[in-house]
Design a protein around this ligand. Sequence first.
Ligand code: FAD
Length: 307
Amino acid sequence: MGKNKELKELRQKIKKLSKDQKDLAQQLEQLQQVLAFSDTSSGVPAPSITASAWTAIYPPPLERGKYSPRYAQYRVSNVQQLTPTVIRVAGVPASELKADIQGLLGEYIYVITGKSGEVLPEPRTEGKKPAWDQPISSTKYTVRQHNTETGELEINIVLHERGAGTTWARNVAVGDIMHVVGAKSGYRTGGAYDFYLMAGDETGLPGMARWAEGLPKDARGALFIEVPGTASRQNLKLPPGVEVIWVDSLQVGALATAVQGYPLPQGSIFAWLAGESTSLQPLRSWVRKELKMPKGHGYSKGYWKRK
Ligand SMILES: Cc1cc2nc3c(=O)[nH]c(=O)nc-3n(C[C@H](O)[C@H](O)[C@H](O)COP(=O)(O)OP(=O)(O)OC[C@H]3O[C@@H](n4cnc5c(N)ncnc54)[C@H](O)[C@@H]3O)c2cc1C
C-alpha cells in the first residue's frame, strides 16, 4: 500500500473514532440527565433538562391521522339516557359508504340535523353531496365506541338548555336515520407513557373514556371528569392503574384545582384536556409552564364555551 493511501485511511479512521466518541458522550449526557430526572420525587422535570434528554424520556410525539371524511347514514339502534345529563345514541351502517373511523384518539364526527334539531328525512343527493329542502345544522360529537365488525357507532350527547344537537338527541328514536359526516382529527401516540393525565367535562368524557379503556392493562393514569352532580358519574372499564377523579361541580376553577393538587409520578406524562374552554384555560398554561411538557405529547381543545 502506498504511503499516501495509508495516510488517507488513517485519517478516515480517526474521523470515525471522533464521531463515535461524540455520539457516546451525547448518549452519556442524556442518560445522566434521565437518571437525575428519575431521582426527583415530584415528577416535575428539573428545569435544566435539555431537549435531547426529553427525547430520551418521551416516546415520539403524537401524529395526526389522515382521514377521508365522508357522508354516511347510520340507522339508530339504541337511544339510552345514560345519566340525567347524557344521552347515548348508537347506530349501524345504513349506507354503502361508512364514516372513516380509524380508532384513533379523539376522532369525531358531525351529526347533521335540522336547524332546530329536527331528525332529517332522506336527503336529495347531488353528486356525492347530500342536500335537504330545509335549513340544516351540524354538531361535533366524539366517537365513544365503534365496533369494527358490525360497524356500530356510538356517541354520547350532553344535554343542555338549547341547541340543535341537544334537541336532536331528545327527539331521535330507534329506527331513525342518523346523518353523519366524518370521521376527523384522530391522533396516534408514538409509544407508551409512564402516566396518562386526562381532564375535562362530560363533552370530553367520550374521548377520554374510549382511549383510557383501550390502554394496556399495566398503564397508569388519572382521569379528572367534571360533572354537574354525583348522578352524572358513569361506569368506566379502565385498567386498574388508571383512576377516575370525579369533580362534582361546574364552578370555574374546580377542575384545575383538582388536577393541580394531584401528586404526579415521575417519568413521561401524556396530557389530554377537552371540555369547556374557560375551565381548561388555567390547566393549559400549567401543563406548559409547570410540567414543562415538550411539544407533541398532549392535546388541549375547548369543546364549547360558557356564555
Ligand atoms: C372535537 C369536538 C368533540 C366534541 N365531542 C362531544 C361529545 O362527544 N359529546 C358532546 O356532548 N359534545 C361534544 N362536543 C361539544 C359539542 O359539539 C358542543 O357542546 C356543541 O355546541 C353542542 O351543540 P348544540 O347544538 O347542542 O348547542 P349550540 O347550538 O352549539 O349551543 C347553544 C347554547 O348552549 C351552550 N352550550 C353548548 N354546549 C354546551 C354544553 N355542553 N353544556 C352547556 N351549554 C352548552 C352554548 O354556549 C350556547 O349558548 C365536542 C366538540 C368538539 C369541538
